[in-house]
Design a protein around this ligand. Sequence first.
Ligand code: S3P
Length: 167
Amino acid sequence: MTAVSAVVLVGPMGVGKSTVGRLLAERLGVEYRDTDEDIVATEGRTIAEIFVDEGEPVFRAIEKRAVHRALAEHEGVLALGGGAVLDADTRALLAGHRVVYLSMDVEEAVKRTGLNVARPLLAVNPRKQWRELMEARRHLYEEVATAVVPTDGRAPEEVTQAALDAL
Ligand code: S3P
C-alpha cells in the first residue's frame, strides 16, 4: 500500500514550514520530515552548494526525486521546499494528500528572511525577488492546497493551531 503523509506543508521559504511542521507533528503524535533535509543528507552538501555547483535545474531534478520518495514513504508531517510545487508531476501527486499552504505577504517575507545568502534565490535584492517569486508561485500553492493558513504577524503556536483547525 502506498503511504500517505498525514499532512504536507507547502509555502514560501521562511514562512515557518519546519517550525510549524515540528509543532504540528508533535500535536498529531507523528514524525516530522523535511525534503530539504533529505536532499542535504543524500547529497552530502548544502542546498546552496548544489545551486552554485550545478545550477537550479539540477537542484529541481534532485528535489523532485526527494519529494516523490518522501510522499510515498512518509506517514507523518512532511514539509516541502518552497519551489517543490513548480513541478507539474509533483502537483498532480499532491492531489491525493492533505496539503496545508502556509501563506505570507511580500513585506512579511522580506522582514523574516532579509538578505539571505544561505537561500540562493534571495541573495540579491530580496524585495524584488520576493515579489516575483510570490507572483509566479502563489497560484501553484493555491492549486495544491486543501487548506490555506495565513501566517502574517502570527507566532508558530498560533499558526499550528490554525493548521490543526483547518485539517
Ligand atoms: C527554495 C526553497 C528552499 C530550498 C531552496 C529553493 C525555493 O526551501 O529548497 O533554497 O525555490 O523556494 P525552504 O522553503 O524550505 O526554505
